[in-house]
Design a binder for this molecule. Sequence first.
Ligand SMILES: Cc1cc2nc3c(=O)[nH]c(=O)nc-3n(C[C@H](O)[C@H](O)[C@H](O)COP(=O)(O)OP(=O)(O)OC[C@H]3O[C@@H](n4cnc5c(N)ncnc54)[C@H](O)[C@@H]3O)c2cc1C
Length: 383
Amino acid sequence: MFEFDKSQKQIQKAVKAFAKGEFDKELIQELEKKREYPKKIWEKAADLGFIGIHFPEDVSGASLGIFENVIVAEEMCRRDSSMGITLTMAGYASECLLRFGKDELKKKFLPKITEGEMLSGGAFTEPDNGADITLLSTTAVKDGNEWVINGKKSFVINGGSAAFYIVLCQTDQNSQPSTQGISMILVEADTEGLEANDVGKKLGINMMPMAELTFENVRVPLSNLIGEEGKGYDYIQKFFAESRILSAAQAVGTAEGAYDRAIDYIKGREQFNRPIAAFQSVRHKIADMCTKIEFSKLITYEAAQRFDNGKSDPKFSAMAKIAATNAAMEVTNEAVQLLGGYGYMTEYEIEHFYRDAKVLQIREGNINALKDVIANTAIGKLK
Ligand SMILES: Cc1cc2nc3c(=O)[nH]c(=O)nc-3n(C[C@H](O)[C@H](O)[C@H](O)COP(=O)(O)OP(=O)(O)OC[C@H]3O[C@@H](n4cnc5c(N)ncnc54)[C@H](O)[C@@H]3O)c2cc1C
């Protein structure tokens, strides 16, 4: 059983109060409709220290752990899944710089993330390489003291609005295995030859920008390499072991938000002269939803705690992501159902929790790829 300590309880209370005060239903619907970034709310969240709470103090973070970041994500997504996911992805992939980058680059970029002055993005997926990023079409070739990057990256969150991207590139096309020829390079968004094209409307989270990036002879200094050359694949797997915990926390909050709303509704709605919450089949549904949420919370907290204890475990992160995102999909689906026709209406909010839950199952590793991570640890790789 996880018991939050005093400081964690205070963080939870502060995030809850912030979300209650700032996440206005009408404003969110407006931002979603206009596909507009919640700039003011993001800046306030940063002022309160909620962006990059797990970053060290020397880059303006709070020197807290992933566990605290999980609390932030869960509480924000519980109040509103679209706003919560958007805000907690503001510094997406900047952890790659934090964990593996040089001090000089960290000092230049990370304080601007935690202070709410810059968004970042991770450019990993390519049009032809989605789940499989073992050999990339985006290349980076050395020319003098610069990298020259060519290629395309798809589905880049914060694309077009971010100040910089962490880009996975093939720096050696002949290396065996091909993964040892992959490197991670930081590219500033305003570099000549880099173009971001908005991907258009999505199923959900439309206030969060997304773009396809095209690199045409993009030149960046060799010093923009993150960590060591040829270690990009290793770094990205370590990053996913961290970021999948965040996805799981977003899923826990999304499920809880839909659950809270469903509980309120079924207590008040009467059919056949009884509140629908009095029907046994409805009560059993609630029992199932509640159980799924508690299970996913436990495994998400466990994954976060292992990470903070220096025992980052890709298997645990994968299990947390599968459990929590499946639970979010199932719970939000049941919640829509419990509201009947009203559940289908935008005004009652639950329908967007349901839409937002779906992407959490797709992003950062589909369920099959995650099961491979777990099985490889459990039984090893067999030919
Ligand atoms: C909202 C959103 C945000 C995203 N953000 C980012 C981002 O910021 N940066 C970024 O780089 N990418 C991002 N992505 C991309 C995302 O990570 C990819 O969509 C995902 O990796 C899958 O790649 P794909 O879409 O090409 O699907 P594919 O790789 O073509 O897979 C399609 C389906 O095939 C099946 N499949 C694939 N591999 C296996 C396997 N090994 N075993 C069994 N079945 C398999 C699965 O059912 C899978 O869902 C985002 C995507 C979305 C929708």
